[in-house]
Design a protein around this ligand. Structure first.
Ligand SMILES: Cc1cc2nc3c(=O)[nH]c(=O)nc-3n(C[C@H](O)[C@H](O)[C@H](O)COP(=O)(O)OP(=O)(O)OC[C@H]3O[C@@H](n4cnc5c(N)ncnc54)[C@H](O)[C@@H]3O)c2cc1C
Length: 432
């Protein structure tokens, strides 16, 4: 099987935007050109703000082009768990923010005419055991109270494959090809007049009160304000709030093409994209190229400086084992390629945006569900930087200047989560 260092969804851009050489001034500098940074820079340019976007590699090179391609209104932690810690109003505002993120991403695809195979098909948080099914029913109740459009569905009625008993169907969202999406958003960002510098890592960001100075290998940017959208790489810059995020490596595998009648035979008649209800989720979806992409399940914590890397062979083996267990009728289907990317996990496990200093804002909207959310937060932060009041959806995740507690996410905790999931799999196999 091929282990890929870039995204497996699409090729890299054919040309590279000029790296920064020398010094330059602007009103706002955006650091990190993923979905969040591109969306922010685009909105600023549309409002007539002189904006520079610095990207260490090429726009979209990070998680935004590498992910599983679910446009989802999920929020990092399990809804039932969130309900234990957050009051009803806070939950409602978070789910409103998450659904609006989905609508925002869908509108961005339409507005920029991005050809990325988007299918508005909803996503099922699917149960693979009776325990998970009971959990799904409880989650449906929490989500209904939070105003989310998710509903409980039975496996047969939802056209799920054998072994998937039912679950929660999100009322919004669907799937796309994130690699193609990134190429489209990159083109729109450049066309909007953003001054894009690729292959230009920000090495240091200093807020001197009157403005911000960003050092790069071959030049310096002076700006009135700055926005950090560096996701998992955030803590390499000393201005990033301490403990804001922990980097976690997440892997995906793609199979050879599967004949549609094979999917019908195993009962996956709806082709609904699925995410399991394990502590560390598994995801399974059919792609427009007729393959199945699956992933997560076994994730790994990272340390800075984060390496450019491929998935670990033992993680890929575990993902393939999981695929064969979930889809016994497709045991002969061969995995072909694997790739992965770095996710930034916030210490609260919730999406978060705030201020690192008077003139520097940040966004960390990801936690594995940030494809649409990072873009929406980038857009809202751009409007705020351009003078708008704090939008109510931005207020729902606003952290201000407060400190973060040290995260409990680490290699040992992630491995323990994987072990607990395998133990619950074994238990449900014994009690079937
Ligand atoms: C394998 C995988 C599967 C996932 N699946 C899903 C999914 O199905 N649905 C979903 O909603 N989410 C998913 N996610 C999460 C989602 O992809 C992210 O939450 C989202 O893309 C984050 O966007 P971003 O713009 O914040 O960060 P990124 O896309 O990571 O962009 C950050 C950018 O900043 C650049 N950068 C970093 N440091 C610097 C610096 N010092 N100077 C200049 N540039 C810098 C990086 O090169 C990078 O391009 C997944 C993630 C992974 C890795």
């Amino acid at each position: 099987m091929e282990l890929i260092q870039d995204t497996g969804w699409a090729g890299q851009p054919a040309t590279v935007e000029q790296p920064l050489r020398g010094d330059t001034d602007c009103e706002v500098v955006v650091i990190g050109g993923g979905g969040g940074g591109m969306s922010a820079a685009l909105r600023l340019a549309e409002q007539g703000v002189d904006v520079v976007l610095l990207e260490a590699k090429t726009l979209g090179w990070g998680a935004t082009s590498r992910n599983a391609g679910y446009i989802t209104n999920s929020i990092a932690a399990d809804p039932e768990l969130l309900g234990l810690f957050l009051d009803r109003e806070r939950l409602r505002s978070l789910y409103r923010y998450a659904e609006n993120s989905v609508h925002f991403a869908e509108k961005a695809i339409a507005r920029h005419g991005i050809d990325c195979g988007y299918r508005r098909e909803g996503i099922v948080m699917a149960a693979v055991s009776k325990g998970q099914l009971r959990h799904a029913r409880r989650n449906a109740k929490v989500l209904a109270e939070a105003g989310s459009s998710a509903t409980f569905v039975e496996g047969r009625e939802a056209g799920l494959p054998e072994g998937f008993l039912g679950g929660l169907r999100e009322g919004v969202g669907g799937t796309l090809n994130p690699g193609e999406f990134v190429l489209g958003l990159r083109a729109a960002t450049i066309a909007a007049g953003v001054r894009v510098h690729e292959c230009t890592p920000a090495l240091d960001v200093v807020d001197n009160g009157a403005g911000v100075t960003v050092e790069t290998p071959s030049g310096r940017v002076r700006a009135r304000k700055a926005l950090l959208t560096t996701n998992a790489y955030g803590t390499t810059l000393s201005i990033t709030p301490k403990h804001l995020s922990t980097p976690v490596w997440t892997s995906l595998v793609e199979t050879e093409p599967v004949a549609p009648e094979r999917l019908d035979e195993i009962g996956w008649t709806s082709r609904a994209p699925m995410v399991t209800l394990h502590m560390i989720i598994e995801n399974y979806r059919v792609t427009p190229r007729g393959t199945i992409v699956f992933g997560t399940r076994r994730v790994q914590a990272g340390r800075h400086p984060l390496p450019d890397r491929t998935p670990a062979p033992h993680v890929v083996d575990d993902l393939v084992r999981g695929f064969r267990e979930r889809f016994p009728g497709l045991r002969d289907i061969q995995p072909r390629r694997a790739w992965g990317g770095w996710i930034g996990m916030s210490s609260t496990w919730l999406p978060v945006a705030g201020a690192a200093s008077d003139n520097v804002l940040y966004s960390l909207a990801c936690n594995g569900h940030g494809f649409a959310q990072a873009q929406y937060v980038g857009h809202l932060l751009a409007e705020h930087l351009a003078g708008a009041q704090l939008d109510e959806d931005l207020a729902a995740i606003w952290h201000g200047r407060k400190r973060f507690r040290r995260s409990l996410v680490g290699g040992t905790a992630l491995y323990a989560g994987w072990l607990a999931d395998r133990a619950s799999d074994r238990l449900s196999a014994l009690t079937k």
